[in-house]
Design a protein around this ligand. Structure first.
Ligand SMILES: Cc1ncc(COP(=O)(O)O)c(C=O)c1O
Length: 528
């Protein structure tokens, strides 16, 4: 019997004769020289449905052996934080290294970051860089620092008070007094029955919410926007946007249809407002019918095109759009993110167009004078009523943030109390006069526009065309001009071929005149 393999199969434990063992496996086995039988401990579990198993036969699947990759050797997460973070000051070299090694740019490529000036402090309409150079803030940063760079004490106190009292309440679970007060104040500042308010964190987020709300309220999908427009950096709001930034995200959103602006740069619709308005409204009526009124949720417009060049609509156009919206049961969304809170000489930009009341209005920037991030969205009563029993379908952790709301509440009261919209309107003649001087004097300035404290110059080259296309790399003279502006103490957002002039609404006459003379000096770089 010793020659016959004797297997006594127990779960995971097999008794083998010496010969059987040799025939069943080539794996080295510890085998005592004079033993007739021995036990192999098989640690691999047997497959349950079979009766018999031996090493690697009828056992649970034995996988490949692969070497695991090493942890990345360039992983620098040592868990240690360098002591410099507790130093009061960093050297210029340390700052420069962080700029080169750790910062990523947004709309522009990152290479330019390391040569961008490092700003240190602000006062009134001025900002100062790390080397102590003083600049006039010519575009209120991104047309948002409307009250300049000295925070009025009441605003500072309101923010600190809220931080002390209760720094965070999630808007989905609780109300705060300041949220109710601000919503009430805005319902008084908005015309008509714009009574319902929600507070996202930025302009793009407010427009994203506006698109969602329009779609949910109407049950329709399409949104019509203009080519010369900017509505935000999220996927849907970039699809709504008309300018080159749309190209970054076009693949990701559906239902956005573009309309031509009344103010194209390459041709004209007519030689006066009446002619233009008639053509444009007839065209829009036809476009709506071709798209299908039952598929269009909203027409969404800037009241005065901001980043696209301070473009004021021809008389009667906005009223005509409102009427078409009513005729075809389409909502009108007005994006006041840049124009709201007095920039153009009216509290809201759409108030330049008598009788027009949007169904949804969005704003941001001037709402807090950019001291803290906050936006607003106002809706008319009929939309608010709909959402009494339907969820909005939009939200964010930081929406309705109490500290930002406390800031906004004081800023809006300040704008009202100081009459900053009227103040901006009173500066319009001076803006026009200075811009006229630049048009007269500089061959590189084709034309200019100004409404309130919001203006723009169109810069051209010797061929009479725009000095560069919006999205192209700047030619050397534009690079020189950008540097000349900084060297002449003018700091601002410049997207050639458009040069915006939009200083803080608190600017004094002599400061505005000084700004225009700095611009006058800089423009010599571009003249031909
Ligand atoms: C008209 C308009 N809408 C929306 C936005 C986007 O706002 P935010 O950058 O706060 O998201 C901007 C920003 O410049 C804007 O000018």
């Amino acid at each position: 019997m010793a020659a016959i393999a004797q297997r006594h199969v127990q779960r995971n434990r097999v008794l083998f004769s010496q010969r059987t063992m040799r025939s069943l496996t080539t794996a080295p086995v510890q085998c005592p020289a004079n033993a007739a039988t021995f036990v192999v401990e098989d640690t691999t579990p047997k497959c349950d449905v079979v009766l018999h198993s031996s090493r690697n036969v009828n056992v649970q699947y034995v996988p490949d052996q692969r070497t695991r990759p090493q942890n990345p050797i360039d992983d620098n997460s040592s868990g240690l934080v360098s002591p410099r973070h507790w130093d009061e000051d960093w050297s210029m070299q340390q700052l420069q290294e962080a700029a080169e090694n750790n910062i990523v740019a947004t709309w522009g490529s990152t290479r330019a970051v390391s040569s961008t000036r490092m700003m240190e402090r602000g006062e009134g309409v001025y900002v100062y860089d790390k080397s102590g150079n003083k600049y006039l803030d010519w575009t209120s940063q991104a047309v948002c620092a409307n009250l300049g760079h000295t925070v009025p004490p009441a605003i500072k106190e309101a923010v600190i008070r809220q931080l002390d009292k209760l720094p965070m309440v999630y808007g989905g679970t609780g109300l705060t007094e300041v949220r109710l007060r601000l919503a009430h104040l805005l319902s008084e500042l908005c015309p008509g029955d714009i009574n319902g308010f929600v507070f996202p964190t930025g302009g793009g987020e407010a427009n994203e919410a506006a698109i969602r709300i329009a779609r949910r309220f109407t049950g329709k999908h399409k949104i019509l926007n203009q080519y010369r427009s900017y509505h935000g950096g999220s996927t849907a709001t970039l699809a709504a946007t008309g300018d080159f930034r749309r190209w970054f995200a076009e693949a990701g959103a559906s239902g956005f249809v573009k309309m031509f602006n009344p103010q194209p740069f390459g041709f004209k619709w007519g030689s006066n407002d009446k002619e233009k308005t008639e053509i444009l409204l007839d065209m829009l009526d036809e476009q709506i019918r071709m798209e299908g009124p039952s598929t269009i949720a909203a027409i969404m417009l800037e009241p005065i095109v901001g980043a696209g060049g301070a473009l004021v609509l021809p008389a009667g156009y906005m009223q005509g759009v409102r009427a078409l919206c009513d005729k075809y049961d389409i909502l009108l969304i007005i994006d006041e993110v840049m124009m709201g809170f007095g920039r153009t000489g009216k509290f809201w930009g759409f108030q330049h167009y008598e009788g027009v009341i949007p169904d949804i209005v969005t704003s941001a920037k001037g709402l807090t004078s950019a001291y803290l991030p906050l936006a607003m969205l106002g809706m008319r009563q009929k939309i608010k009523d709909f959402f009494m029993d339907n969820p909005l379908g939009w939200g964010a952790t930081y929406a309705n943030h109490p500290v930002a709301l406390a800031c906004a509440y004081e800023v809006v009261k300040h704008v009202v109390k100081e009459n900053l919209a009227e103040r901006a309107a009173s500066f319009e003649p001076l803006m026009v006069e200075h811009m006229q001087n630049l048009v007269n004097k500089h061959s590189c300035v084709r034309q200019a526009r100004a409404v309130g404290l919001f203006g723009c110059l169109d810069l051209i080259g010797p061929d009479g065309n725009m000095i560069q296309e919006y999205q192209q790399t700047s030619p050397p003279n534009v690079v020189r001009f950008r540097k000349a502006m900084l060297d002449n103490g003018l700091y601002g957002l410049f997207r050639p071929p458009l040069l915006h002039c939009a200083p803080p609404l608190i600017i004094q006459e002599h400061e505005l005149s000084d700004g225009f003379s700095r611009l006058d000096e800089s423009l010599k770089e571009l003249d031909f």
